[in-house]
Design a protein around this ligand. Structure first.
Ligand code: SAM
Ligand code: SF4
Length: 452
């Protein structure tokens, strides 16, 4: 017999959960953990927001515009709640952690607020919200890694997946909100990582990406043994030579020669390193508290190229950080040119309340200057990306087929070990297979070729 308590009748609600994920791959992996916790409690995942009794928005706080987008989205889904008051809306993840109870007060758009370390508490928070109470848990933990939870995969292709190996961050880059919203760094038990990867392989997955904010500082200590990131990577790579392994993100200050050597020994560890530089100017790197110099960063890239010729390198750049001059900006451009990045994510600096940069420095680069510099950086990277793809024309790459191409079912799409997308005529091949593809041409984003 359904019991009505408070304003809402929780038992009459649809037990379908719809989850929308913003931000990084870490959030994608977290959403899978959340759906797993909820499915243990009788919820079924749906991709159709209209049939959901529970709507969760997994949020990102990394830049102000990410948060603004989410507020816009919350307002847009508010109309569903107007139609059916029993629908519960939860804001989870980084924004929940940053804004805490303020989110509940703001225009009454959400019923519950749940930080990234409190997902196990979701079932009881849903109960509280369903009975009309304020439901909030934003406690950060020093231990939580959700190691024992087997994520419910929500990816589309069934071939590539993410596995979180650690949470939080201890680095305190001065611009970054991550240490505040995701807490202190903690590594996950390597045995639980191995078994999650084994499980993915058994389900037909052919590629896993190991995720952490700074994978190089992964460390798991028992009484008589320490597992480092190179150890973990090797352990995972040995599971199956046909299972590709990727990882993200590396921090230049911690990227070791040992890791590079381990990568070079295992062909199934992909030949791609994402190595965020953030800036090419030593003065700015110091203000950012990145703990390396331009020269150190360049040495890391040179070493990658010596140990693994042909390894792709990508980066993140922040432009217009506090006090950045035209000369600092030129140093970033020259570093990019020197490194010849295959790919880059480029951002305008966005001041985040509570960070060290927000407290100590003034966000003094005018918006127009940030825009101008960002455009220059993007246009240089477009040239570098095009050059990197042109150099692949005429070469043969092993490609893992991920799906049909977006444009036609006669063509397939996959990626090289270097993480470049390749489109080619299918010739009866299927996703999950490896094929050798000779590259004949390239567009700005894609390599085009034929199976040989
Ligand atoms: N842990 C990774 C690292 O250190 O590179 C990734 C951190 S963050 C999720 C991804 C990228 O967002 C960063 O590399 C940085 O370029 C960018 N970012 C972080 N804080 C920012 C801010 N306040 N304004 C603009 N970009 C920012
Ligand atoms: Fe943020 Fe720096 Fe940690 Fe990356 S390493 S998450 S940029 S504090």
């Amino acid at each position: 017999m359904p019991v009505a308590c408070g304003h809402f009748n929780i038992f009459a609600m649809s037990k379908k959960v719809y989850i929308e994920t913003y931000g990084c791959q870490m959030n994608v992996a977290d959403s899978e953990v959340v759906v797993s916790i909820l499915s243990e409690n009788g919820y079924e995942h749906t991709n159709d927001i209209k049939e959901a009794g529970l709507i969760l928005i997994n949020t990102c706080s990394i830049r102000e515009n990410a948060e603004q987008r989410i507020w816009g989205r919350l307002k847009a889904i508010g109309h569903l709640k107007k139609k059916d008051k029993r629908i519960l809306i939860g804001l989870i993840g980084c924004m929940a952690e940053r804004l805490k109870a303020k989110v509940l007060d703001a225009e009454h758009l959400v019923d519950m607020v749940v930080g990234p370390d409190a997902y196990r508490d979701l079932p009881s928070l849903i109960g509280e919200a369903g009975s009309g109470h304020r439901a909030i848990n934003v406690l950060l933990s020093r231990e939580e890694t959700y190691a024992d939870i087997s994520p419910v995969r929500m990816d589309k292709n069934g071939i590539t997946s993410f596995v979180s190996i650690m949470r939080g961050c201890n680095n305190m880059c001065s611009y970054c909100v991550v240490p505040y919203v995701r807490g202190a760094e903690r590594s996950r038990d390597p045995e639980s990582i191995r078994s999650e990867v084994e499980d993915l392989r058994a389900k037909g997955y052919r590629e896993v990406t190991l995720l952490g904010q700074n994978v190089d500082s992964y460390r798991w200590k028992t009484d008589d043994h320490i597992t480092t990131f190179p150890d973990l990577l090797e352990r995972v790579a040995l599971i199956d030579p046909l299972l590709r392994i990727r990882f993200s993100t590396s921090h230049p200050k911690d990227l070791s020669d040992e890791l590079l050597r381990k990568m070079s020994e295992h062909p199934n560890i992909c030949r791609h390193i994402h190595l965020p530089a953030q800036s090419g100017s030593n003065r700015i790197l110091k203000l950012m508290n990145r703990d390396y110099t331009r020269e150190w960063y360049m040495d890391r890239i040179s070493t990658i190229k010596v140990i693994m010729p042909g390894c792709a390198i990508s980066t993140d750049i922040i432009t217009g950080f506090c006090t950045e001059t035209e000369d600092d900006h030129k140093e970033t451009l020259s570093l990019m040119e020197w490194a010849g990045y295959d790919f880059a994510y480029m951002f305008k600096y966005s001041e985040r309340p509570g960070t060290r940069a927000a407290k100590k420095y003034s966000d003094d680069v005018p918006e127009e200057t940030k825009t101008k510099r960002l455009n220059e950086i993007i246009s240089l990277q477009n040239k570098l990306s095009a050059r990197s793809k042109k150099q692949d024309v005429g070469r043969v790459f092993e490609v893992l087929i991920e799906d049909f191409s977006k444009r036609s079912h006669d063509h397939l799409s996959g990626r090289t070990s270097q993480n470049k997308v390749v489109v080619f005529p299918g010739k009866g091949r299927r996703k999950g297979e490896y094929v050798n593809v000779k590259i004949e041409n390239s567009t700005s984003a894609t390599l085009l070729g034929n199976i040989i």
